[in-house]
Design a protein around this ligand. Structure first.
Ligand code: MG
Length: 216
């Protein structure tokens, strides 16, 4: 897969994206990660974003669709400021870098599926030196929880969804994975509970547990 050079000013990040080898069809499985709150430490304050825009509780992107064009433009500016702040101040969860580096050695391609935009996704990858095989962001088309987002990414990665894993910290990650037919892993972290665990095949507290699941 070719990551096009049109991703804002984060051209250095392009160098951190491995290209899946189109001539190699031996790798048929992938691990697809959510980005914010999964590979990175949770930072975005969704309640603050909703409050600043004036949105009711619920998913933000879907709520923006219901605004007038003028309202949506103002809301997008608020959202972009928060997402920029989150990207620039992002820190990785423990073990994220090592995990992303180890997965190819175990025969997995690595994808990122995020409701964030491509610009900040590339910024985070570049900031932390993470190299992945493909990314899919909300500006690439249909977003999670629509399972088509997972299927598109599996197709780009040359991976069989049934041999692949979706890892995330939100229910939408699990719903997208379930709908696409992947195995699902919910990263609970230090939260007591989350509705997303109901749709997960596995629940983990930290990223380092994932390798044990893949081996099982
Ligand atoms: Mg997340």
């Amino acid at each position: 897969m070719l990551i096009e050079r049109g991703a804002g000013d984060d051209t250095s990040a392009v160098d951190n994206l491995r290209r899946a080898d189109p001539g190699s069809d031996s790798v048929m499985r992938a691990v697809i990660f959510d980005l914010d709150g999964t590979l990175t430490v949770p930072y975005l304050d969704f309640d603050a974003i909703r409050s600043e825009i004036g949105l009711p509780p619920g998913p933000i992107l879907e709520a923006l669709e219901r605004l007038t064009p003028e309202e949506r433009a103002q809301a997008q500016a608020v959202l972009d400021r928060h997402e920029r702040d989150a990207a620039e101040n992002s820190t990785l969860r423990d073990g994220a870098c090592e995990l992303i580096g180890e997965l190819p050695r175990r025969g997995y391609r690595v994808g990122i599926l995020t409701r964030n935009i491509r610009r900040w996704t590339l910024h985070v990858l570049a900031k932390h030196g993470l190299a992945v095989d493909a990314i899919r962001c909300r500006d690439d088309g249909v977003a999670k929880p629509n399972p088509d987002s997972v299927l598109h990414l599996c197709s780009e990665l040359g991976a069989d969804p049934e041999q692949s894993w979706m890892v995330g910290d939100h229910r939408f990650d699990m719903l997208a994975g379930v709908g696409a037919g992947t195995r699902t892993v919910f990263l609970l972290g230090d939260r007591r509970s989350d509705p997303g665990t109901n749709d997960a095949d596995h629940v983990i507290r930290c990223l380092t547990e994932l390798l044990h699941l893949l081996e099982a």
